[in-house]
Ligand binder design. Structure first.
Ligand SMILES: NC(=O)c1ccc[n+]([C@@H]2O[C@H](COP(=O)([O-])OP(=O)(O)OC[C@H]3O[C@@H](n4cnc5c(N)ncnc54)[C@H](OP(=O)(O)O)[C@@H]3O)[C@@H](O)[C@H]2O)c1
Length: 319
């Protein structure tokens, strides 16, 4: 299966490169090779590459910056998504598009289903809603996967920020009154490949790892697991203090509760979802291995860590 994947240098794009299963012929493009906001460039690339599936892992993800940079956020997340959908329609390509929990207002206290109405709280969420609508309008059969709280070894994310701060500081305050689900880009990548293979998938799906946590819970788990796998010294003592959102003002308002209901995806792919803490541990183990501080990891070891997660989810691994 030939898949064209945009956003190759992002955290999801990199996970998709690492985890591409056998049998897939992926073509990865970064912004410099394909600016998705340019409809003519998108059409020309699709005409040249002629993939069976296009997976859009590109996006404008700077949630706070978007509040003062709406033009660029919409250029990527709305116009970019529309350009891809229109070109996919023209060339008969299946489209998988990635969206976000930020399409919701966070006022529920039970997981958001794919039927729940969207009501974004900020510019980033609005631009992603506009992208979803444009995709649906052009290609009703497109797959839209909403995810949340993504992290990986690469890029600007909560895990990397925490690991850096935990190495530098003795005290940290972390928001306790926002609840969601930490999600490893590796497990999302596996799910996206599985959906790419499953020609019967269409419409909106939610995917995050299983469970729920506050940012505070997530920070405490990172601290404990990082010490346990050796990314932080075992005797390192840090005080992590729960704080309210009001004590940490940001430009964009975030949903207070954005746990996603994954039933539609689970029934489509027949998955057992791994708990977020389990995948956090695996991700940190892989980070420790690639940091080279431990005994040099064998290729087999690194593959196994990813494959075990895939197997526990019932998704084919890449061996
Ligand atoms: N991060 C999260 O917590 C989170 C949560 C929910 C949903 N999502 C969604 O998941 C998807 C992937 O997110 P991510 O965390 O992997 O994002 P990321 O690390 O910020 O990567 C996004 C990638 O998109 C590329 N890009 C930006 N504008 C582009 C354009 N006009 N044309 C082509 N490429 C462009 C960026 O290129 P440069 O490298 O050149 O900047 C970057 O490599 C996005 O749709 C995002 O909305 C993310």
């Amino acid at each position: 299966m030939k898949i064209l994947i945009t956003g190759k240098n992002g955290q999801l794009g990199r996970a998709l490169q690492i985890l591409a299963p056998q049998g897939v012929r992926p073509v990865f493009l970064g912004r410099e090779e394909l600016n998705i906001s340019n409809p003519a460039a998108v059409a020309s690339v699709l005409d040249k590459v002629r993939p069976e599936v296009l997976l859009n892992a590109a996006g404008y993800t700077a949630v706070d910056k978007a509040e003062s940079d709406a033009t660029e956020a919409f250029a990527v997340n709305a116009i970019g998504a529309e350009s891809l959908a229109l070109a996919c329609k023209e060339f008969g390509v299946r489209l998988l598009h990635v969206s976000t929990d930020f399409v919701f207002d966070g006022l529920k206290s039970s997981p958001y289903t794919v039927q729940d109405p969207v009501r974004p709280l900020g510019v980033y969420g609005e631009s992603k809603v506009a992208g979803e609508e444009a995709v649906r309008a052009a290609l009703p059969d497109a797959v839209i996967v909403r995810t949340a709280w993504l992290y990986s070894a690469h890029g600007n994310n909560f895990v990397n920020t925490m690991l850096r701060l935990m190495a530098e500081r003795d005290q940290l305050g972390v928001v306790v009154d926002q609840i969601g689900t930490p999600t490893w880009a590796g497990t999302l990548a596996r799910v996206l490949y599985a959906l790419a293979y499953d020609g019967s998938a269409r419409g909106v799906y939610h995917y995050t790892d299983a469970g729920a946590a506050s940012w505070y819970d997530f920070a405490v788990a990172i601290y404990e697991e990082a010490k346990s796998v050796g990314l932080l010294p075992a005797d390192r003592e840090i005080q992590i203090k729960p704080i309210a959102t009001s004590e940490y003002p940001t430009a964009a308002i975030r949903p207070q509760y954005s746990v996603l209901d994954k039933k539609r995806l689970v029934s489509q792919l027949g998955l057992d979802l791994p708990h977020w803490r389990q995948t956090l541990r695996r991700a940190l183990e892989e980070m420790k291995c690639s940091s080279g501080e431990k005994s040099a990891p064998s290729t087999t070891h690194r593959r196994t860590a990813g494959s075990e997660v895939a197997e526990s989810m019932g998704i084919p691994g890449n061996e």
